[in-house]
Design a protein around this ligand. Structure first.
Ligand SMILES: Nc1ccn([C@@H]2O[C@H](COP(=O)(O)OP(=O)(O)OP(=O)(O)O)[C@@H](O)[C@H]2O)c(=O)n1
Ligand SMILES: C[C@](O)(CO)[C@H](O)COP(=O)(O)O
Length: 236
């Protein structure tokens, strides 16, 4: 049954899903690759739609797949599907432009992070609601990190105590994200990077291992295993 979003919710979630998935190997665009028999995008949107604050979902789809994505998501959740861009940043900008008047909190969530726990959506949104301009989920870096030269020689060991691995959903006050995209010059890998360039303070919240990004074949295998053996508590 199609999930109805909360008409009194204050959160719009943008889902960039237009990437090719080159690192996953040959095949369909990554958001349409199957995980436990369903496209990654379906997993992500179904979980986002479960979060009680979500008012709007806008998906940026691969240009050749816009109609297919509309049909795919119709039975899952109310959503708007727009044409994605040639970079992640362009896809987010296209989705942002389609957010209707109303939600003042905007989250950006990668379709590639298909196992997103709805509680993480709520935690990031709550941080913005509490008065922060921008919030990102992070995890500690658990490996020793080295700086290495182009020819593979160690230059030094980095102090990892201040390093964090960054996930999505990244959350913003709507006006802050809009201003950052309007002023963007270079393509950056995440939206927090754009608002940092505007001098905006970005607050960290605890991330989740389930919000892992499916990038390489190993990640897809891991996600399959997690779904089969250790599904996130509270997620069907
Ligand atoms: N032009 C693009 C590129 C990426 N994305 C989205 O941004 C998210 C994060 O990107 P990543 O996981 O790195 O996906 P790809 O760019 O598809 O990966 P690759 O670099 O392996 O091709 C993904 O949900 C992807 O679909 C997008 O909407 N538009
Ligand atoms: C937004 C992101 O998922 C945060 O970790 C990441 O920056 C996407 O970048 P990628 O280079 O496309 O993996």
């Amino acid at each position: 049954m199609t999930a109805q979003l909360n008409p009194r919710g204050d959160v719009a979630v943008l889902v960039p899903a237009a990437g090719a998935g080159v690192r996953l190997g040959p095949g369909a665009p990554k958001a349409l690759r199957l995980l436990a028999g369903e496209p990654l995008l379906v997993h992500a949107v179904r979980r986002i739609a479960t979060a009680p604050s979500v008012h709007t979902i806008v998906v940026a789809a691969p240009p050749a797949e816009v109609e297919a994505v509309r049909q795919l998501l119709a039975p899952i959740a109310e959503s708007t599907v727009v044409v994605g861009g040639s970079t992640r940043q362009a896809s987010v900008a296209a989705a942002l432009a389609a957010v209707p008047a109303g939600p003042e909190i905007v989250l950006v969530h990668d379709a590639a992070r298909a196992l997103i726990p709805p509680v993480l959506v709520e935690a990031v949104a709550a941080t913005i609601r509490a008065g922060h301009d921008a919030a990102i989920p992070v995890l500690p870096v658990i490996d020793t990190v080295k700086e290495v030269s182009a020819d593979g020689v160690v230059l030094g060991t980095v102090d990892r105590s201040a390093l964090r691995a960054v996930q999505t959903p990244q959350g913003f006050r709507r006006a802050v994200l809009a201003a950052a995209h309007a002023s963007a010059v270079d393509a950056l890998t995440d939206d927090a990077g754009l608002v940092e360039k505007q001098g905006v303070r970005v607050t960290c919240v605890p991330g989740s291992p389930y919000a892992m990004k499916i990038t390489q074949p190993f990640d897809l295998a891991l996600a399959e295993h997690l779904l089969a053996t250790q599904p996130e508590p509270g997620v069907a």
